[in-house]
Design a protein around this ligand. Structure first.
Ligand SMILES: [Zn+2]
Length: 275
């Protein structure tokens, strides 16, 4: 079983804006071709013609039980009332987490503005995913996206599970320490490359992930994710296939950890599910 815990249905090229339905078609096609059972779609911190709102993504994915949603929040416009409709989506089982985008937006995860969001995550038992490391856009401000800042919220909110996205790349060592030290911090391996890995970069990145596991990061806290469509699913599967780690650990990374963390039902698999 394969669970991709980090995909998007945003348009990243303004030239030809694909509709949400078109993006979902492409996602379903990519999942079928690559035999990916379940995926978690992260909504953006902004709503534009190319970046659908949470309500739109929730509505459009209702016919697809293999797709779950994580609600992206915007630092600039966030109000605690925004959590009210999200509570309904969580109760429905569609929304499975929250996502913050430090770096893309100028704030630290410990900003007091997010206290209601962390309280909400604790109350509903859903994880908070936090962008970390390089920003796809040069307009991002990197100091906010350093994984070390996630240590503070992890300590202050022991009842919330956090996911450091992208292994904090390139601050992978800092990321591994924050995950190693805090029982409530996970890491996803998404978005390490634009498109497909070159041979040399694939070896380089795989070595870093292996180093993380060697250092003592439990394989139970590492999540498979791609950042599709930014990174290619096929290339990521090759990256994982050749990871020098026992099969039982790989199985946890590829599926079991995400099933448990997001509360996903394997019977909703696109590949083997009912229908
Ligand atoms: Zn992403």
């Amino acid at each position: 079983m394969i669970v991709d815990c980090h995909v998007h249905v945003n348009n990243y090229h303004e030239d030809a804006v694909e509709t949400l339905a078109g993006c979902l078609d492409q996602l379903n096609r990519a999942m079928r071709v690559n035999r990916v059972d379940l995926a978690v779609i992260l909504t953006s911190y902004m709503v534009t013609p190319g970046r659908p709102a949470l309500s739109q993504v929730v509505a459009a994915t209702r016919p697809f039980p293999h797709l779950s949603v994580v609600a992206g929040l915007s630092y600039h416009s966030f109000e605690p009332e925004h959590l009210v409709p999200i509570a309904d989506y969580v109760a429905e089982g569609k929304v499975r987490g929250l996502k913050l985008y430090p770096g893309y937006q100028p704030f630290y995860p410990s900003d007091p503005k997010w206290q209601p969001a962390y309280a909400f995550a604790a109350e509903h038992g859903i994880p908070v995913m936090i962008h970390s490391g390089d920003t796809y856009a040069p307009s991002g401000k990197l100091k906010y996206a350093h994984p070390l800042h996630i240590d503070e919220v992890a300590v202050d909110h022991p009842d919330v599970k956090f996911v450091i996205c992208h292994m904090g790349n390139p601050w992978i060592r800092d990321c591994m320490e924050v995950v190693y030290k805090n029982a409530n911090v996970y890491v996803d391996i998404s978005g390490l490359v634009l498109g497909s890995f070159s041979d040399r970069f694939e070896i380089y990145m795989r070595k870093q992930l292996q180093e993380m596991l060697l250092y003592g990061v439990e394989p139970d806290k590492v999540l498979y994710g791609t950042d599709w469509p930014i990174s290619a699913m096929e290339s990521y599967l090759t990256f994982m296939r050749e990871l020098a780690t026992p099969e039982r650990e790989k199985k946890k990374i590829m599926a079991d950890n995400a099933l448990a963390l997001y509360g996903l039902d394997p019977r909703n698999s696109l590949i083997t599910g009912r229908k």
